[in-house]
Design a protein around this ligand. Sequence first.
Ligand code: ZN
Length: 157
Amino acid sequence: MTRLRVYTCPHCGRGFAQGTGPIHTATCIHAPDMPDRVRAALEDPDRPGYALSVRGYSERAPQFAATSADILARAWGPTWADVARRVGLEPGQRAGTKKGTNTKAQKEATEARAIAETEEALQRDAELREYWSGGRGLPVLDTPRQLPDGRVAWMVR
Ligand SMILES: [Zn+2]
């Protein structure tokens, strides 16, 4: 039997392989000072007391040796706002994007595009319906053909 788990994290007590253990411990969420590190990385430098977005945090986390946003959300979440409050910060913004990337103008452009696409689809639909109905029913070739069993068949174009 080989012993793969030769490293035990001093913070959470989980066993790891020798290679990955220390890497885990460096950002183990159970490290006593992890909340401080997370707070340092998460606090918006432009707005003290408020949390950055997930993206903003993720950009800064490595320089503070703070654990990843995924792990934080799993441990302290589920929402990013929960994570922020856990370290005493006000949730900065609802979405995961930095303020300004989802502007009103962009939203309107997206909506306009969606409306145009819907209108196009309706137009195609209407043309198709008109083609098939046309007030005359289905277009049919004008010579009916007698089938061997006596029924009459028209060829539909
Ligand atoms: Zn650990």
